[in-house]
Design a protein around this ligand. Structure first.
Ligand code: F0G
Length: 349
């Protein structure tokens, strides 16, 4: 049996030909986990797409496989991205795989520890920018405009082409598109990519319907909800701490065209959902992913998402990416001496 990554599985829907060198870590084909409890509580048929089970622990690997393959195809001397952490981890890993130079720009002190560790260990060049993600992206854009370096942020169209394979997998698994696709929104590439994927599959009649696209931003970083850029975005969900989303217009168009919407959730709601997914479902996602779950719960309760519908929620990144947040928002550890009776006292008294 041969294993296949996203490009090999969906070649005919992607901008590749036989000359494209395939750089893959066998990303994609992630589980569509039926909900054990949250779906029943809400009265919906709920599935979680476990994108944290990609090789570098986030959905970014889908787009990065194609983007790095295309960079190698045109013999680009270096790739570059700005990142809140996951894109840089993925770019670093796929560049290492391809044997191509990679530089990442990260907002200094503002990315999760696991993601920083990934970029470091893969050996790319890291520029810690004293500023926000948006400012780091401005620098990356200026550098790649001026020098012969390939920008691998989701401004690069290949990123979206690769990421749309998530939508294909959902339709392949369910037999058609769900009623609702619920997804966190940061730089707004992923919601745009999923919408492209669903539309493409409808065009070739693999699905007969299209989902309503429902996106969630964090309250302190919700430019698409507020209708204006946010200069100093704030949220515990560092992955989506973005004030000027590069694909904002496309994301708003996807929500509108699909009769969906983009709304926001606050940090308390994010953390509540983050723990709920871990405790009621047994899956550990990162805070940004939990923003989608928090929003979903709210919108079913307000009847903006209808009971009885089929809903897929994209859990975009793995919880182990951000151990600091996990430890910060939980304090349920009891310290004891190595002693039976002390342990019994804590457990049974
Ligand atoms: N969830 C996670 C875990 C992310 O890392 C990101 C984005 C998103 C959701 C939002 O996706 O940007 O396509 O709307 N992370 C980017 C990064 C910005 O640099 O890793 P989006």
């Amino acid at each position: 049996m041969s294993y296949k990554g996203t490009i090999e599985r969906y070649k005919k829907f992607l901008p590749v030909d036989d000359k494209t060198p395939i750089v893959s870590l066998l990303e994609g084909d992630t589980p569509l986990l039926p909900s054990a409890r949250i779906g029943k509580e809400l009265g919906i048929d709920l599935y979680f797409k476990l994108e944290g089970l990609n090789p570098t622990g986030s959905f970014k690997d889908r787009g990065m496989s194609l983007t790095i393959s295309k960079a190698v195809e045109v013999e680009s001397p270096m790739v570059m991205c700005a990142s809140t952490g996951n894109t840089s981890a993925s770019a670093a890993a796929f560049s290492a795989r391809a044997g191509i130079a990679c530089t990442v720009l990260i907002p200094k002190g503002r990315i999760a520890m696991g993601k920083l560790a990934q970029a470091l260990v893969h050996g790319c060049k890291i520029l810690a920018v004293e500023g926000t993600f948006d400012e780091a992206l401005d620098v990356a854009k200026a550098l790649t405009d001026k020098h012969s370096i390939t920008l691998v942020n989701s401004i690069n169209p290949y990123r979206l082409e690769g990421q749309k394979t998530g939508a294909f997998e959902i339709c392949d698994r369910l037999g058609e598109a769900p009623d609702y696709l619920v997804i966190p929104v940061g730089n707004a590439g992923n919601i745009t990519a999923y919408w492209m994927g669903f539309k493409q599959y409808k065009q070739v009649s693999i699905t007969s319907k299209l989902p309503k696209m429902i996106g969630f931003q964090a309250e302190g970083a919700a430019p698409l909800v507020c209708g204006h850029p946010v200069e100093d975005p704030q949220t515990i969900a560092s992955a989506i701490r973005i004030g000027r989303p590069a694909r904002g217009d496309e994301a708003l168009a996807a929500a509108k065209e699909s009769a969906g919407f983009i709304d926001m959730v606050c940090d308390d709601e994010i953390i509540e959902a983050y723990k709920k997914v871990a405790r009621d479902e047994g899956y550990f996602c990162e805070p940004a992913s939990a923003a989608a779950v928090a929003g979903l719960i709210k919108k079913v309760k307000s009847s903006e998402i209808k009971k009885g519908s089929v809903v897929v929620c994209i859990l975009t990144g793995h919880g182990l990416k951000d151990p600091d947040t996990a430890i910060k928002v939980t304090d349920e550890m009891v310290t004891i001496k190595p002693d039976l009776s002390e342990a019994e006292k804590v457990l049974f008294d």
